[in-house]
Design a binder for this molecule. Structure first.
Ligand code: S2G
Ligand code: ZN
Length: 458
């Protein structure tokens, strides 16, 4: 056990709240990936940017590793502390400023839960553009550190596209106030965008000024039965042509089976289908939707479907997509979170389907994701009779083929969940040696002591 005890913390980090309680060490040292047993030396709870700088200065002096920690809903092990690191939790930095109506923005500290931002925006008659299943427990600092995506990227972009200003502390302890909420600022490298998606390896994010959108008003959800993945791209293009889309998701029948069993929901349509599309769009007249639906059936792109009749009905339909992850979590699925350009989605699905049949005939594989931004989630469910280690090893054997396919299509081996610990061995399938070398050199400038989240991403 490290020599970090109460006295050490009191001497080296006076005035900073800390815990070495076993349950805190276990909970703050892990994340939703559960990839490694948590074993941090202590959990620190700074309450403002200066205390974060104080912690970083101490870590550099003492040569200690820091793991920045938000809501720990990550799935790639980016927030895991398994080797005596100090966890730097932002959860007590929860200042949520009033909405700035002139700028249509809001300044929030890193520990604010994503759903609170959505509610703050709604109260002001505005809309925060990023949403995903974990929004009720994820924190905005972690969303920014992983550039979280979610279900409405095709309309509002990624977390990156919401950040107008960013406050952080670099691995050298430098206080950063970046871009100050400006829309235009042509004064050199945009360091804000360097930190967004850097997974806590370059700086600790302490606050952000976020863009808010006009209230989208009434929206409708269509849940459509689709014959096969070949129909997905033509269906997406027809829907994008005819409607003002804010989401276009797909999932297979196996996903529906797990969600209905887990959540006690009735099947979404009378007839089961091989695959479903859930799309969300600005509300249109019943005639317009009926005409589009007729057209899609004529083109044999869909065979059945349901259109939400109320906001509550729309939320019910969303459950078939939003609750997939939670319904399979107990089976500790091996997750691939991959992306290609939208035009390459059909080919990716075709190649992966063949690959799965060849290598995983015995495994149950669930396919779902965000066709609207080329992101496919492929979750392989662990068979009961296989140990987690053996299962992970078998899945990783197939990763080479999956990522070969991604590399050929110039895609990404991690679309939105980040690299963390899980995808690090395969980074070169999406980033060239030159890029990885430049990333390492940037890391050496911003975190020369290598104290920030060592072992993650690079
Ligand atoms: C999704 C959520 C995380 C997962 O549902 O879009 O990004 O379990 C995922 O894959
Ligand atoms: Zn996703």
């Amino acid at each position: 056990m490290s020599d970090i005890d109460k006295l050490w913390l009191h001497q080296h980090l006076p005035g900073i709240q800390a815990s070495q309680q076993a349950d805190d060490l276990a909970s703050y040292g892990s994340d939703w990936s559960r990839l490694r047993e948590p074993a941090p030396a202590a959990v620190l709870f700074p309450q403002h940017q200066e205390q974060v700088a104080q912690i970083i200065d101490c870590a550099n002096r003492e040569g200690l590793a820091l793991v920045p920690s938000g809501g720990r809903t990550g799935l790639s092990g980016g927030a895991i502390a398994a080797d005596g690191e100090l966890v730097l939790s932002l959860e007590r930095m929860r200042q949520l400023d009033p909405v700035n109506h002139a700028d249509a923005s809001v300044r929030v500290e890193a520990g604010v839960v994503t759903a609170s931002i959505q509610q703050q925006a709604e109260r002001a008659g505005l809309f925060y553009g990023v949403d995903f299943a974990a929004a009720g427990s994820s924190q905005i600092g972690g969303n920014i550190a992983t550039n979280a995506g979610g279900i409405r990227v095709l309309r509002y972009g990624l977390t990156r596209d919401q950040v107008l200003g960013l406050e952080a502390v670099s691995g050298k302890g430098e206080l950063l106030q970046l871009n100050h909420g400006l829309i235009k600022n042509a004064t050199g490298y945009d360091l804000r965008h360097l930190l967004i998606g850097s997974e806590g390896t370059l700086a600790v994010i302490t606050a952000a000024t976020l863009k808010l959108w006009p209230d989208p008003g009434e929206r409708q959800v269509l849940l459509l039965a689709v014959d096969g993945h070949q129909a997905l791209l033509p269906l997406f293009m027809a829907a994008r042509q005819a409607l003002r889309l804010s989401a276009f998701e797909f999932f297979t029948h196996d996903c529906v089976r797990h969600v209905c069993a887990h959540a006690g929901l009735p099947p979404p349509l009378e007839q089961a289908a091989g695959m479903y599309v859930l799309l969300e769009c600005d509300a249109v007249s019943d005639e317009q939707v009926a005409a589009l639906f007729e057209q899609l059936v004529e083109q044999q792109l869909v065979s059945d479907g349901v259109i939400s009749q109320s906001r509550q009905h729309a939320q019910q339909l969303w459950q078939y997509r939003e609750r997939i992850s939670e319904s399979i979590a107990a089976q500790r699925p091996y997750k691939n979170d991959i992306a290609v350009r939208i035009a390459a989605v059909p080919e990716l699905l075709q190649q992966l389907d063949e690959l799965i049949q060849r290598h995983y005939p015995a495994f149950e594989v669930l396919w779902y994701g965000h066709i609207g931004d080329g992101n496919i989630h492929m979750n392989v469910l662990k068979p009961d009779d296989l140990s987690p280690a053996a299962f992970k090893q078998q899945c990783e054997l197939v990763n080479e083929q999956v990522f070969d396919c991604i590399q050929r299509l110039a895609g990404s081996i991690s679309a939105e969940h980040g690299v963390g610990l899980l995808k690090q061995p395969w980074l070169q399938y999406s980033r060239t040696p030159v890029e990885i070398d430049i990333m390492r050199r940037i890391k050496s400038v911003l975190d020369p002591g290598g104290i920030l989240n060592p072992g993650k991403l690079l």
